[in-house]
Design a protein. Structure first.
Length: 254
């Protein structure tokens, strides 16, 4: 199945390593469920705004807002520019003037994304295919725009979020796998999936996750709603274990 249609049908997937400590690996990156139709559907509850799921067309005199799904392979190097910086530089080269990117969430070092969501306002409308391929011509190998779509003026990658999804990956083979080292935590002894699933369900629902956040987290509200927390072995990789956590929002390092 092609990658991009899957991204538009369900919450975007973030591939993050699980490690015993931050020094040995990375923290997860948040992303959102996104599609142009979703952005339009959210307008139904707003008074005076048409209820439609037809492709959006900007009004006269307005500049187009575009949603991007961005894939990235992150680096632990602190000396490299941020994803936002390289994306804005690539877009500026493409359109000939500065473009501000609005990301769905913070990008932490050492993580990867299959569909980080970004909203931008362009000085003029560009064909979606030209925007994808043109921007990618100016991006490093570690970042790529996978999808672009014209969205409603009110669409905002952060505030239009309907949910966020983390995926943690564990390699549960006795012998380490060189092909899984980059984005899997190796646990050599057999894990009890049923016990993990029972424990995971305790976290599902609306709870105060104050004890799960970083000491320097500045969020005033620590109550979050976890929609689901699933533990499973992917059929294509039976020695791996995936842990998917979907919620409305997450605290720092949660």
């Amino acid at each position: 199945m092609p990658l991009v249609p899957e991204l538009l049908r369900r919450p975007s997937l973030i591939v993050a390593s699980i490690t015993p400590s931050a020094a040995e690996g990375s923290a997860p990156l948040t992303c959102v469920r996104w599609s142009p139709r979703l952005a339009l559907d959210r307008r139904k509850s707003r008074p005076g705004v048409p209820s439609t799921t037809e492709p959006y067309t900007p009004g006269p005199g307005t500049t187009p807002v575009v949603g991007l799904a961005v894939a990235l392979k992150s680096s632990l190097s602190l000396s490299r520019p941020s994803v936002q910086a390289v994306l804005e530089a690539a877009l500026a080269q493409l359109v000939g003037e500065p473009v501000i990117c609005r990301g769905a969430g913070r990008t932490d070092s050492g993580v990867h994304a299959l569909g980080q969501v970004v909203s931008i306002r362009l000085p003029r409308e560009l064909p979606e295919k030209a925007l994808v391929y043109g921007t990618n011509n100016h991006l490093p190998d570690s970042v790529a725009v996978m999808e672009a779509a014209l969205v409603a003026d009110e669409f905002d990658a952060r505030h239009s979020s309907s949910g966020k999804l983390y995926r943690y990956q564990v390699w549960n083979g006795k012998i380490r796998s060189p092909l899984h080292t980059r984005n899997h935590w190796h646990v050599g002894h057999a894990l009890d999936l049923e016990a993990m699933r029972r424990a995971a369900q305790v976290l599902v629902g609306r709870h105060d996750f104050r004890a799960f956040r970083a000491a320097d987290c500045e969020r005033l509200t620590t109550v979050r709603w976890m929609k689901r927390l699933e533990v499973f072995r992917p059929s294509h990789d039976p020695l791996a274990i995936h842990i998917e956590v979907e919620g409305t929002a997450f605290l720092k390092n949660m």
